[in-house]
Design a protein around this ligand. Structure first.
Ligand code: AMP
Ligand code: ZN
Length: 123
């Protein structure tokens, strides 16, 4: 078993608050929620990040996004919506190097630029 945190969650070595699981994906609550509803959707198969996605993973990626949408609806966010986020590599400040989609919702979120920083320094 590799040392990837999310692979270890998939393997059941580290506990998580699971929302959904099937053969190819796992959905669980983020341990440090940044919104009233904050969950992560991950493939069970290890993929480092969205930049490393292979063409052969395109259908899997589509299923991850579709299940993210279904889960957001099931958790009461259909009307209000929310934000689907994928951080990638160092500039995106990805901290766990196993592909994951964040969903944040359940309240009116801060503006998209809040906390990104670049615009504040460059305009
Ligand atoms: P990112 O910065 O996009 O790589 O996001 C990684 C996310 O994983 C962060 O929001 C963390 O709070 C979350 N996280 C880290 N460890 C765990 C864990 N054991 N269970 C659930 N979420 C976690
Ligand atoms: Zn992994």
């Amino acid at each position: 078993m590799n040392n990837c945190l999310f692979c270890r969650i998939v393997a059941g070595e580290i506990p998580s608050k699971k929302i959904y699981e099937d053969d190819e994906m796992l959905i669980f609550y983020d341990i440090k929620p940044m919104a009233p509803v904050h969950f992560l959707v991950i493939p069970k198969k290890h993929i480092d990040n969205l930049m490393e996605l292979e063409k052969t993973d395109a259908a899997l990626a589509g299923r991850l996004f579709f299940k993210a949408q279904e889960t957001a609806k099931e958790l009461g966010c259909e009307d209000g919506g929310g934000r689907f986020v994928v951080n990638a590599k160092k500039d995106g400040r990805q901290t766990v190097n196993h592909l994951h989609i964040h969903f944040l919702g359940g309240c009116k979120l801060g503006g998209f630029g809040a906390g990104i920083g670049w615009q504040l320094k460059n305009t």
